[in-house]
Write a protein of this length. Structure first.
Ligand code: ZN
Length: 341
């Protein structure tokens, strides 16, 4: 199992601790880092009350990481709201700590008034953040996806065990592209681990895991939404094979899950330098071919103004390795992995 997702969430889910020991954000970066490999100009901001989420993490792709004081969430909502006024903002992550703190101090229980009050406070402050989002000057022309999740429940004054109360979570997707529905997949049983350690999944039904929204799906769904204009599906993008989690965007919106069409042929592949792509171009659209290296840097590009169904790029002289060829035909983007030998 490969994790690129927020390690704190993973470790809490798997009954470990808040230690970031052994995290490998170089190989498993946060989703903003991955999104920027395709769209480098995205602006992504994180606003959190819990410092380790900022301080112990690297290669996370945030342009700005803001630590807000613990409290009922009002200060965090105010900071998040001011960031949302920035018209260049594309992505924001906000973390409220108050519900967790209340649970630890007096009990994770609907019978605990302090816990319920903390939850209602955060609910109000989430509303404040949403109102700031709706107030963006160009909101009507933007396409925001709002994802809300908890990383765990609790029992008594703790969490970290394997009970249903600790591990069963809710998650919410909302936005203009989201059809109103309840996703009622089978329980994959992640809360009932038989094995130990974060890489032992013997208690999880892998088939059911794909049928229910689970925690790691949040990051992949957010990533898919951020890069939607590229037409790339994060689950099938060659450089991201093995993402921990799936995208629920297609289930939300009913659009075709795999926007990549199969009407493209790339020869030779592997190549020693010259690559030619053949494709369908029935409406004689303008075509652009771009070769990206593994970091998303453009290493070769070619524009074809006249109508064509064939385009050639020369990448000889580039370091050997894997590249991604993007062919843009009108508004359609096709991608293929290319190996340079
Ligand atoms: Zn906690």
């Amino acid at each position: 199992m490969e994790h690129y997702h927020d390690r704190r969430l993973v470790e809490q889910t798997w009954g470990s601790s808040n230690a970031y020991t052994g995290s490998n954000y170089t190989d498993y970066p946060y989703f903003p880092t991955l999104a920027k490999q395709l769209l480098p100009n995205l602006r992504c901001v994180q606003v959190v009350e819990w410092a380790p989420m900022s301080d112990n993490v690297y290669n996370d792709g945030w342009d700005l990481k803001l630590k807000t004081p613990d409290g009922d969430g009002a200060a965090t909502a105010a900071v998040a709201s001011s960031q949302l006024a920035d018209t260049s903002l594309d992505c924001m992550f906000v973390y409220f700590d108050a519900v967790d703190l209340a649970g630890h101090s007096s009990g994770f229980s609907p019978q605990n008034p302090s816990y319920m009050q903390a939850l209602e406070n955060v609910d109000v402050h989430v509303g404040t953040v949403l109102n700031a989002l709706y107030a963006r000057p160009n909101y009507a022309n933007e396409n925001w996806l709002i994802l809300v999740i908890t990383d765990h429940g609790g029992i008594g004054t703790g969490h970290g065990g394997i009970t249903y109360e600790e591990r069963h979570i809710w998650w919410i997707g909302s936005g203009s592209a989201v059809a109103k529905q309840q996703i009622t997949g089978p329980d994959p049983g992640t809360y009932n681990l038989l094995g130990t350690g974060i890489f032992n999944q013997s208690g999880v039904d892998q088939a059911k895991l794909k049928q229910s929204p689970v925690q790691a799906d949040i990051a992949v769904t957010a990533l898919h939404h951020l890069i939607y204009e590229t037409g790339i599906n994060p689950e099938t993008y060659p450089f991201w094979v093995g993402l921990d989690g799936k995208s629920w965007l297609s289930q939300f919106s009913g659009v075709d899950k795999d926007m990549e069409r199969n009407n493209i042929k790339v020869f030779p592949n592997p190549t020693t330098g010259i690559v030619t792509a053949w494709f369908e171009n029935p409406t004689n659209d303008h075509v652009t071919a771009t070769m990206l290296d593994v970091s998303g840097k453009v290493v070769a590009q070619h524009n074809e103004c006249s109508s064509t169904n064939k385009i050639t790029l020369d990448v000889s002289g580039q370091p050997k390795g894997m590249y991604v060829l993007q062919i843009k035909i009108g508004e359609q983007l096709l991608t293929r992995k290319v190996e340079l030998k």
